[in-house]
Structures are given as C-alpha cells and as structure tokens.
Design a protein around this ligand. Sequence first.
Ligand code: NAD
Length: 501
Amino acid sequence: MASLSNGHDPNPDPASIKIKFTQLFINGQFVESVSGKTFETIDPRTGDVIARIAQGNNDDVDVAVQAARHAFDSGPWPRMSGSERGRILMKWADLIEQHVEELAAIDAMDAGKLYQWCKMEIPSVVNILRYYAGAADKIHGEVLKMSGNFQAYTLLEPIGVVGHIIPWNFPSTMFFIKVSPSLAAGCTMVVKPAEQTPLSALFYAHLAKLAGIPDGVLNVVPGFGPVAGAAISSHMDIDKVSFTGSTQTGRVVMQAAAKSNLKQVSLELGGKSPLIIFDDADVDKAAELALIGILFNKGEVCAAGSRVFVQEGIYEEFEKKLVEKAKAWVVGDPFDPQAQQGPQVDKRQFEKILSYIEQGKREGATLLTGGKVAGNKGYYIEPTVFTNVKEDMVIAQDEIFGPVMALMKFKTIEEAIKSANNTKYGLAAGIVTKNIDIANTVSRTIRAGIIWINCYFAFENDVPFGGYKMSGFGKDFGLEALHKYLQVKSVITPIYNSPWL
Ligand code: NAD
C-alpha cells in the first residue's frame, strides 16, 4: 500500500467532504422516499458509511414517471426550440465546471476511484454535455420524393419518457453519456444511479434545477436494482429503457420490457476484450499498454483488456516486463496522489474478484503475480496476472471486472483471431503491431464494436462506442446516441391537386 505522505500536493482530506444531497430528486424537488426507507452508501477505502440515501421503490418510480410524463406531454422541454434546450444544457455544463473538485472528491470516495483521475473525468463529462447541447438544434429529418403525385418528409421526434439504469464504475460519465443525448433530443427521464454510487447524480440534479431544466424533466431515483431498476424496466408509461450494466441483468431488463409495454431497449453490457500483441511490437510499450488495459480504474471497466494474447517470439520478454511493471504498480488510497489503483467498489465486487482468482488457481492457470488482498482494511486487491490460461477456463470466459489479466500465447494471426473471437462478448479489442496489413486484417475480423490499434481506451465524444454480440446494442457517444432517443415519423402529402380533397 502507498503511504499517504509522499511530498506531492495534498489532495482534499476525505473527512472534510460534506454530502449535501441524499434524497430522491422528483419533479424538481428533493424528497424523502414514499416508504421513508434509506440505504447506506459505503466508502470502499474503509467499509465505513458515507451517508444514508433515500431508497426508491416502485411507488417512487411511479411518482417520478408521472412527473416525467407530465413534463413530456404538456411541459415546455420537448416543445422549446433546440437552441433554447442547448442554451440551458450549456448553462448546466458551466455550473458543473464550478464544482469540479467537490464532484471529483465525491466520486472518488463513493466509487474508490483515483481522485486525480476524477478531477480529469468531471471536465470530460462537461464536454459530453456541451457536445449534445450543441447538437440540440441540429435535429432534422429529410424530404423524400415519392412515386406519383406524392412527397414525404420525416420528423425526428423525441421518444418520450426514458428510464436510464446506470452502473457504478464511472458514476459521472455513465450519467452524462445517457442523460445528455436524451435531454438534447427533448426527452424527459427517470435516472436510477447504481446503489453503490448515488451521490454525484443527486448533485448533478441540483445543478440541473439551477440551470433552468424544467421540473419533471430530469428525475433521479436511487434504489436497488431488483426493486427500483425493475420498476423502471417494467413500467407501462416509460417509452424507452437505456440500461448499462452486466449482461445477466441486461437480459432481465429486456424481458421486463417485453413483458410490459414493449418499450424500446438499448443495452450497454459487459465485455471480455482481447488485446493482441504481435512479434513486431515494442515490448516495453506493449507491456505498459497491456497493464493499463487491465488495471485502469482497478479493472472495473467494461472495455478492459482482460485477455492478452502475445505472439510467441516476444512472449517471454513480454511476460518478464509485464510482471515487473505489475509488481511496481501502486495500490493505495485513491486520495493519495501516488496511488495508481484504489479499492474495488464494494465488498461484493471485492469478494467476487477474489473468488475468480481462486477459481483460476483451481483450474490450473499459473499465477504470475498478485492474487491477494492488499492492505488490511477496505477492498483493495493486488494487480493479478495469470498465465497458462486455457481458452475454456472460466477466467478466460467470464467478465471478472477487476485487476485480473489472463495472459495467453499464440503462433499465427489466424490463431489469434480465432481465440480473440472465442467469447460471447464483443465490446472492444486492441491490436499492437507496426504491420498495417495485420492491423487491417485483424480489425476487420474481430467481432467487437470498437478496435484500438496501438492504443487502448481512446474515447471521444464523436466516436460511437457500444457492443457486438452479448455486449449489447445501441451506441453511446456520437450522433448515434442522440438518435437512440429520437423516433422517425413520416408525413406524406400530394404535391398538387389532392385526389382526396
Ligand atoms: P449490474 O447489472 O448488477 O447493475 C447495473 C445497474 O442495473 C445498477 O443500477 C443496478 O441497480 C441495476 N439493476 C440490477 N438488477 C436489476 C434488475 N433486476 N432490473 C433492473 N435494474 C437492475 O451491473 P454492475 O455489476 O453494477 O456493473 C458492472 C457491469 O456493467 C459490468 O458487466 C460492466 O461490463 C457493465 N458496464 C458496461 C458498460 C458499457 O458501456 N458496455 C459500461 C459500464 C459498465
């Protein structure tokens, strides 16, 4: 574990962080839950309670949906011009920018994320919001020539009331990649943050009100997945559910949508992404990239490069460098500027990762480094690398969502492609090579929604991100995400002398 006194500029003292918003945000007001129940949000650095949060259930989701429905059916938000919606969203972005350090500290404490990283993440979510604010007045259909005496035009209309169910690994980014395009489209919504990390979403709701987002447009209902989340996915008056989380829960959400009102569904789900490193790679840089691919955000990243395939010519040297770097990686308090990896989000996730590590050992994989708990309190786990991993082992197939890498060796490009595609997931993939033919061949044959060549985790507001196969469907980012929250209406008219009038 890193020590807290390291000579760097001090980060904020977590004990000084005040939690201001703990109630549900419905129809522009902070309110208690109908049941009066609350739940604890926990600091994963210690296991201590940060705050008690109002616990939403079916009744609260109902009240929030009624507010969102009223705001959609008769409120100003879907009716105002796109430029006016964009202006209000820009104002919200400005207000968030005034609270970067406070919001960064809240996410760091709630999710165990590095404070220094969160300080960069909050400005990047402000940019996401500004990107969609700028798109709000650029939503238009087409004019279409029809055969005979007719023409058509299409209208792009907001889909209605949206339910957003979001995970805990990037509480702020996940909130804004869902909320921003749907607000820009003119939708109203109920957002359920993950029960592990409800704090920043409530802060954003407070700032939304100050920015002038009308009451009822954005409602935030924290609560547990099988209760508040299920109430959203099965609600008869929600028009679309946008879910990000595990593949297992995505299936339940889709079933609930089908069994209720056949609401539209988009699913951003799990991954077991391959990083393929060829013989011509710079071994040192490739080892660094592979390490970041699995250890960034303590491995709690849907697109983590959790299966690393290395060509046999450089395998031994790569393995040696990777292990050296993994041993030097600093696990520690996320408020310590020297720490590179904080605690897993909660006890359940921590225990789940440790049980996968035990499973890897039992299955006969070789533990090269790590595999143990780090420190003596909180939910820290050492960077862990397994080798001699067989493709059918559970640690090569299941999404572990922690700092655990499965390292494998390959001979030929064909073998690498076959192995990389040997997964039910298809979220992302990475390729390291200087050979353009190899890069082109592999990027076209891997079944995944995003391919990084000689880089990893490069994101941009304009670049769509989302899965193939059981990693889901419906893209985040880019104008593709805006269109998830719009529906097309075709209007047809005779060009002259209507035969029916
Ligand atoms: P999870 O599926 O357990 O929970 C995600 C959200 O769903 C939470 O808000 C939770 O409360 C809610 N939920 C749980 N049960 C529900 C139910 N029965 N009905 C409705 N909602 C329910 O996932 P998690 O463990 O919290 O998050 C990690 C998972 O999310 C990983 O699989 C990861 O890959 C995935 N993820 C994917 C992306 C992406 O863009 N593809 C991004 C981040 C996380």
